[in-house]
Design a protein around this ligand. Structure first.
Ligand code: FES
Length: 144
């Protein structure tokens, strides 16, 4: 087995950007994926996108859009781990965002255990609406 060469950031870009391109060496592997926002974990096969694996959680509310990197609804940030990234729309993920680990879950396959954070519409769907932990019942009385 030959070692893989990966960029120092831990990201591997699928230069061809083909939806059907599969790393056959990695296809049979399964990896633990942790959603840092909720602590939920799921198993994702090496041939699956992180979004497809997330769907198998069976949770309502996980937004499923175009599944091909065009709509941006499945935006996540990779906090730890190595992934293979397929071509994504620059309208959805800028080069700067990608350099910081932001990707589209439908265009990313795991190469190791992953810890991720959900962003944007995906965050609202997975984590629910944000509510203040403490509310001040006198706030309205203090307002000018
Ligand atoms: S589902 Fe549309 S970009 Fe991922």
């Amino acid at each position: 087995m030959t070692p893989r060469t990966r960029p120092p950031t831990g990201f591997s870009t699928d230069a061809a950007g083909l939806a059907g391109a599969v790393d056959t060496e990695n296809a049979a592997a399964r990896y633990d994926i942790t959603i840092a926002d909720t602590g939920e974990r799921y198993s994702c096969a090496g041939h699956q996108s992180l979004l497809a694996g997330m769907e198998q959680l069976g949770r309502k509310g996980i937004p499923i859009g175009c599944r091909c990197g065009g709509c941006g609804i499945c935006k996540i940030a990779i906090l730890e781990g190595e992934v293979r990234i397929q071509k994504m729309s620059r309208a959805q993920v800028s080069a700067e965002e990608e350099a910081q680990g932001v990707v589209l879950a439908c265009r990313v396959r795991p190469l190791s255990a992953i810890r991720l954070r959900v962003l944007g519409k995906m965050h609202r769907a997975v984590c629910g609406p944000t509510t203040p932990l403490i509310s001040n019942p006198f706030q309205s009385n203090l307002a000018p």
